[in-house]
Design a protein around this ligand. Sequence first.
Ligand code: 26Y
Length: 824
Amino acid sequence: AWKRSQTAAFKSSDEFEKEVVRHVETSLARSMFNCDEKAAYSATSLAFRDRLILDWNKTQQRQTYRDSKRVYYFSLEFLMGRALDNAMLNVGMKDTAKAGLADLGFRIEDIIGQEHDAALGNGGLGRLAACFLDSLASLDFPAWGYGLRYRYGIFKQEIIDGYQVEVPDYWLDFNPWEFPRHDVTVDVQFFGSVKKVTNEEGKSVAIWEGGEIVVAVAYDVPIPGYDTPTTNNLRLWSSKASGGEFDFQKFNSGDYESSVAEQQRAETISNVLYPNDNLERGKELRLKQQYFWVAASLYDIVRRFKKSKRAWREFPEQVAIQLNDTHPTLAIVELQRILVDVEGLEWDLAWEIVTGTPQFGYTNHTVLPEALEKWPVGLVQHLLPRHLQIIYDINLFFLQYVEKQFPDDRDILTRVSIIEESQPKMVRMAHLAIVGSHKVNGVAELHSDLIKTTIFKDFVEIFGPDRFTNVTNGITPRRWLHQANPRLSELIASKLGSHEFLKDLSQLNKLELLVQDKEFKKEWAEIKFANKVRLAKYIKETTGVNVNPSALFDVQVKRIHEYKRQQLNIFGVIHRYLTLKAMAPAERKKQLPRVSIFGGKAAPGYWMAKQIIHLINAVGSVVNNDEDIGDLLKVIFLEDYNVSKAEIICPASDISEHISTAGTEASGTSNMKFVLNGGLIIGTCDGANIEITREVGENNIFLFGNLSEDVEDLRHAHTYGSHTIDPDLAKVFEEIQKGTFGSVHDFSAMIAAVKDHGDYYLVSDDFHSYIETHKLVDEAYRNQEEWVVKSITAVARMGFFSSDRCIYEYADGIWNVEPLPRRD
Ligand code: 26Y
């Protein structure tokens, strides 16, 4: 194995300490006498950063020298979380740092806890991008991420009187992990108009002129691989006004205010992450963000390619671009524009390059109609007049191609057209992405099948089934096991004889030989308990509620959305509460204590999701203070769920809930995080739950509810037949309407959605099965021996869900790239 020699390593904790002291005294200009935890965090980060830079430079030099093909992962979201802990572990120096910090009088956990999460994402899609970066670096792939450097990440959530309140997340005060590259800038054009002129060769060319220029400035973030010197780059663009700090003309003519205003308008572009997850709102600024980021990134890639002096035909062999959802789809149009308008290539040749293999790959993350991006033609025309022309041309050639294949089918043209002939007309980004990509993938088997048979069915006919494929999501075991659950990771390492499983997760299967080892099972259970104690302490500190760590911890943490059905969960909790209340005290005493833990943010404009949060908190305040109930049931809502909180929560669950209406959750990835940490799951037959079941076995998961193929009929029946509500659920509704949890009026819409508005998410249809399955969970948990066996067996069979496996699949089937290990 490779040994980390002079570069990223500290030779001793002494050497590390000296570096920390040096940074406190020089970089931070403070003395060790008033070095608080924040300063110690900053200095520790700078000390590690210094070492990473060396590896980072070497990695980049080698990739350039070898002129290797690179993968570019385009994502509007990178939900990175904290960097320091990850850097220490990936470099293999956490123990050294721990000793050094202890010597300076600090506990390493406190220092790690000072870091602000890098929260440049909403949820699953953004966290997936972060896991992929970790795997790409750990597996030595030459790869860059490209994104936006938002000044404000996802908002901070406060719960006030049971309601969500959003607070801006300003995170850039001091960020030691980013390197501003004031010399790496790109001018990005907006608005203006297009002129067609005939050039000297008699060719008609388009000239896009006028409008305004906004400058993109690069900020680079090093991405260290685990147990390898490979350190990749995440490049985030920040916007600033062109023409220096101010428009001097205006400034000198005394119009100070408007010159500042212009500067601010430019900076607005990278100001804030849109907080919607799976809901498209069609805001002009969002489209500006998309083009700004895509144009800067492509310019950067083309600039790099041109240095190699290769022919344009080789571009697809040197560059693979993965589009994380349709958000970067304009890259397809922008590349065509660069090739035709700037480089002077013929349209057909340019389009061959743009659609070459393996140029663009498109990953779809949703089938929900409200999440599919569409932009009004008028808006695109106004903001990007030349791009609209190119989109129309792409569409024209595409429709001609379709017409040849299906000469008698008018309808198919309407259905697949990139332009939706609605009022107003819309550009369908997913259609554009499919037409311009050589591969389209879904993120779990069921989801990939669904896109082929529903929303993209026509495209399978047109381009053939080979354009469509599946890459089931995964998670990085470095952060989600080794970092989040160090004791479990060490126990596993001690049994398997090394830490190799962290880079080859299938090795976990050897744990199955130990399921009857008494001592091992005891340690396993102890670790889970210790993690629950830690979470209980956190719950006490943040909510004031005492929870019993011996109770069954039942967790649902994810964005709040009707399709994810937190309402089903809380209705189930109310049902449990009513059942307990109805029992005689003697019987009640025999029940299994349970803690229901929720967490997650609602999009600020998503009213129903906010009501769900309110109901959870309202139920909590009643149940948690009911003396009949005591420890038998506690309901907790954890404020401001984010990556660093997930690292505490995932290792501490006994059971977690992944209960979306079948067919709606593309994959889910927290399901994988929980099982990898020895928690079992209760879930619907949806997304990756299905493949988790295949891997861990039906005995080690709790599945319930209707199947995806039955959803359509059930919905139809609700609307056109008679719709009766499950009787137990009806009792829950009565109780809410009695005012037991206050705010009758607030909660009436949630009830009406089920009772009066067609129960689109099938809450009533699945309620009985949900309650019965929770009874099975309780029963199974009573047998702790058996439960631990299930837990170990499930972990042993989770190897498939490493994001390393995903990256190998993308590398092989979509990007055609090879790793480039460093051997110095
Ligand atoms: C168009 C815009 C408003 C938009 C913004 C964010 C649309 C969608 C999103 C985010 C989607 C998302 O996070 N999807 C999730 O992706 C995960 C990774 O593939 C999946 O595991 C998860 O099922 C899916 O909901």
